[in-house]
Design a protein around this ligand. Structure first.
Ligand SMILES: [Zn+2]
Length: 84
């Protein structure tokens, strides 16, 4: 598995309707990862057109903020991790 780049979650674009984070891919399409995937511990966003991948850099607090705005429950495991 090869990672094209590492991107801070603040630099990604968030679509609150789809609960989807995107970041421009050099091929003209966008890397995509959903908020649910991130909350699940996933941190690799894939471009559907060219299969390039980026690693998303984030803190649990960043996700909690977005999840709260989206009306999502933060999984208990994340809350434990954040309070440690
Ligand atoms: Zn691409």
């Amino acid at each position: 598995m090869s990672i094209y780049d590492q991107v801070e979650i603040e630099d990604m674009l968030y679509d609150s309707d789809q609960q989807l984070f995107t970041y421009p891919c050099p091929c003209g399409d966008k890397f995509q990862i959903t908020l649910v995937d991130l909350l699940d511990g996933e941190n690799v966003a894939v471009c559907p057109s060219c299969s390039l991948m980026i690693q998303v850099i984030f803190e649990p607090e960043d996700l909690e903020e977005v999840a709260a705005e989206s009306g999502l429950e933060v999984p208990a495991s994340q809350q434990v991790a954040a309070s440690a």
